[in-house]
Design a protein around this ligand. Structure first.
Ligand code: ADP
Ligand code: MG
Length: 574
């Protein structure tokens, strides 16, 4: 390699193509999988692999899937820290000299940045090959390959480069979070927030914990306090939110939304020190909000909306421009279609006419002239018929007192249970409204996506590229994920685009298979073969992906404006 680099020094940038290949550096192997075409193009993709005989990570640290994910996450963070320490950075034109690795934020997600198994540890990263103008800078390249990269490898791919306590903490905290999350259902809880958790974030643009004297650590009210055991730590106590309907009330600015967001993010594992390490919710929790303007493709929103003007069918409701209430109804029904056991709503982002309709309004506008059955009248049926619990932040309307199992008041950031006081008030001052739900919730049926309506081609090329966290360029279309609040990492967005392409290529979307089954097959492949499987560059540097949940993949497909489906059997709840 050294001689090749010396040979191409000073030549045109295209000469770098000659260094593509596989090199033995003695203590590690370097794969140069893809060489950029010019200094401004996305940096070249490389992998560095160290055999376990040298890396020596104890096998217990990657003995199961969650430990492996957490260990790979830690190594990726270690590599990123080493880049800050050892890489000079700019070494010429364009992106010359940059070294990048796809490191996550506060969550520990399965990602393709690092692979750990009993044979080796492999980091996947990118390097901007150095140039002056369009000439190869040989000496700078030599420094990157023979000085910087070996330093990075030594400082982050060997067990000996870490404090063993930090590694164990990272791996076992993640395992404990997962274990807690999976104990929720057997305890008939939907969420758990450990005492002493720190829920508020540093700012509206930072997901790091708020620090300082003003932080109020979380403390469970005695009525809801539960104790859990986790595999790697002492018992942990905190607030368990029971199944059923839970309302969070309290004055403005007393921490209601902060609590709800923590529960919403409780589907993910968090790094030690985040403050939400032991805040967990059901893995299939879905945050619901209004999303006017979105497209809806043949969704059965009839539990909430019927008798629309011009007799539009709301059992297979279609629109290119949903209203606040129809979008919120569709978001709920789509969540049920994939499968969920917990819905979260915050009045700040809900459509008012979807949530409530009080007694006086019922008198003025009779049911026959109002298409909407408010969520208030379906929330109990959702639980009794479908086993779906709901947590709603609702500071402004007392009608929900009548349907709630648990009412929590946030007061100066601390929760109190006020269920009996609220019930007492509701008895003294009845709401005087009628239940409008009629026949209950009912089954929502299945939808079967049609492959010809999902086209990733842009001209003759496949295009499925994330544009930031909340948007995917898919063929000629843009999928808008701005209201999909549980998407947390751009690499998840990137993965979703390629997962859709993968499902098409594998023939999983075949006009016979329901959306839910398509996602099950897709996620089965990923769990069998690893997240690399969705990459068009399988076997090389796969690209930078992090695993999204099926809920977010479904959300993306449901927002593809060209999507067409046929409705399957109306009976199954599959
Ligand atoms: P609400 O939804 O009740 O109006 P928010 O949850 O939006 O209130 O919180 C209001 C402010 O208080 C936010 O800036 C938030 O970061 C901060 N905050 C929330 N919880 C805490 C806490 N436990 N300690 C300190 N500050 C908090
Ligand atoms: Mg709020």
């Amino acid at each position: 390699m050294e001689s090749r680099l010396r040979h191409i020094a000073g030549r045109g940038y295209k000469s770098y193509q000659a260094i593509q290949g596989d090199y033995d550096f003695g203590t590690f192997r370097l794969f140069i999988d893809h060489v950029q075409s010019d200094p401004f193009a996305p940096p070249s993709r490389l992998r560095a692999r160290v055999a376990q005989s040298r890396a020596r990570f104890p096998a217990s640290l990657y003995a199961n899937r969650i430990r492996t994910i957490a260990l790979a996450d830690l190594i990726t963070r270690g590599f990123a820290n080493s880049i800050r320490r050892y890489v000079k950075g700019s070494r010429g034109t364009g992106r010359s000299g940059v070294v990048l690795v796809d490191v996550g934020g506060q969550e520990i997600l399965e990602r393709t940045s690092c692979l750990v198994n009993e044979e080796f540890v492999e980091i996947r990263f990118s390097v901007g090959l150095p140039a002056a103008g369009r000439r190869c800078l040989g000496r700078e390249a030599l420094a990157i390959f023979f000085d910087e990269i070996p330093h990075l490898v030594e400082a982050s791919l060997l067990y000996a480069s870490y404090d063993p306590g930090v590694v164990a903490g990272h791996v076992y905290t993640a395992e404990d979070q997962k274990a807690l999350r999976h104990q929720l259902a057997e305890h008939r809880l939907v969420a758990f927030i450990a005492n002493d958790s720190v829920l508020p974030r540093a700012s509206g643009v930072s997901d790091r914990p708020l620090r300082g004297r003003d932080v109020v650590a979380f403390t469970s009210p005695p009525e809801l306090e539960v104790e859990f055991s986790a595999p790697n730590r002492d018992r942990v106590r905190g607030m368990g939110i029971p199944e059923g309907v839970t309302i969070i009330v309290g004055g403005g600015y007393h921490g209601k939304s902060t609590l709800l967001v923590a529960v919403e993010r409780g589907v993910y594992n968090h790094v030690p020190g985040d403050g939400r390490e032991y805040v967990v919710s059901r893995p299939d929790t879905v945050k619901i909000r209004a999303e006017d303007g979105r497209r809806i493709e043949k969704v059965n929103i009839s539990p909430f909306i019927s008798n629309l003007p011009f007799g539009q069918d709301t059992r297979a409701f279609h629109t290119d421009n949903a209203s606040g209430s129809t979008s919120q109804a569709a978001n709920i029904v789509e969540a049920l279609e994939y499968g969920t056991s917990l819905l979260l709503m915050d009045e700040d982002t809900c459509a008012t006419n979807f949530m409530i309709r009080d007694g006086r309004m019922q008198q003025l506008v009779p049911k026959e002239r109002e298409p909407i059955t408010p969520f208030l009248d379906q929330v109990r049926h959702l639980y009794s018929e479908h086993g779906v619990s709901t947590i709603i932040v609702m500071g402004g309307c007392s009608d929900y007192f009548d349907v709630a199992d648990t009412i929590i008041a946030m007061d100066h950031y601390l929760p109190q249970v006020v269920t009996s006081q609220a019930r007492h008030i509701a008895r003294q001052q009845p709401a005087l409204r009628m239940d409008e739900s009629g026949g209950g919730f009912g089954d929502i049926g299945l939808r079967i996506p049609l492959p010809q309506s999902i086209n990733p081609l842009r001209g003759s090329k496949v295009k499925a590229a994330a544009k930031g966290l909340h948007s995917i360029q898919f063929g000629y279309q843009v999928i808008d994920l701005g209201c999909v609040e549980q998407l947390v990492d751009t690499s998840q967005t990137r993965a979703i685009g390629d997962m859709l392409v993968y499902a098409l290529r594998r023939g999983y979307i075949d006009a016979k298979t329901s959306l839910r089954q398509i996602l099950e097959r897709l996620f089965q492949d990923i769990s069998d073969k690893g997240l690399d499987v969705i990459s068009p560059f399988y076997g090389q540097h796969p690209g930078d992906y992090a695993l999204p949940r099926p809920q977010e993949v479904a959300a993306a497909l449901n927002r593809l404006r060209s999507l067409e489906v046929v409705r399957g059997g109306e009976h199954g709840r599959a």
